[in-house]
Design a protein around this ligand. Structure first.
Ligand SMILES: [Zn+2]
Length: 206
């Protein structure tokens, strides 16, 4: 995933799914040293306590080859009024593309990413559904407020299988395969008759 450089039709469609009329802006990344990755909410709170300013909630927008994606995120508004992204990322970026969203409230519960398939390939819809199902399992009931995930039995099994399906579906779609292509697992069966079947069942059940 990369930071978009312009508002394409695909990005416009993604923005239309967000309940905010704010204009997206580029926000400079200035990650706090030694801070954990992707933990923007506590990090911004701590920053405000020490240096003042405000928290701005919104969405960071990512452009991929298969989809465009919005990820709920907090940035820091400095006392001088400048937006800064102080959260370290899994991969370094100089700036993010960010749309402020004062309507969506953060109450300690994870908020699912918004993803749009930009390929027209149903495999990518399946890839997105797998992400959504993993999110549902991880955030079911009280789990939404718990930091550590502990799963057992059928749920743990489904969670493992769905997570394992993510890179497989991504690879298949990037190579231009469809549900009718050979399954990437090497079984020589069509995806839809092999792993696709298992995944459809899991998507149904979870
Ligand atoms: Zn297979």
């Amino acid at each position: 995933m990369r930071v978009p450089t312009e508002v394409t039709e695909e990005i416009k469609l993604l923005l239309s799914k967000i309940s905010s009329k704010a204009e997206p802006v580029f926000v400079i990344c200035s990650p706090s040293p030694n801070a954990p990755r992707n933990e923007c909410f506590p990090l911004v709170e701590a920053k405000i306590e020490k240096e003042g300013g405000e928290r701005v909630l919104g969405w960071q927008i990512w452009q991929g080859q298969l989809l465009v994606e919005a990820e709920f995120h907090a940035v820091w508004k400095t006392p001088a009024g400048e937006f800064l992204d102080i959260t370290p990322k899994p991969f370094p970026v100089e700036q993010i593309f960010f749309v402020a969203d004062p309507k969506t409230k953060y109450e300690g519960k994870q908020i699912n990413n918004i993803r749009i398939n930009i390929t027209g390939n149903p495999l990518v819809d399946e890839f997105i559904s797998v992400h959504d199902a993993v999110f549902r399992i991880e955030n079911k009931g009280k789990r939404a407020l718990q930091y550590q995930l502990s799963l057992s039995g059928k749920e743990a099994d489904a969670h493992n299988k769905l997570n394992a399906a993510k890179p497989m579906l991504e690879m298949m779609a990037l190579q231009g395969n469809t549900r009718n292509s050979s399954c990437l697992c090497g079984s020589r069966e069509k995806y839809k008759a092999c792993h696709g079947k298992i995944i459809r069942k899991l998507l149904n059940d979870f």
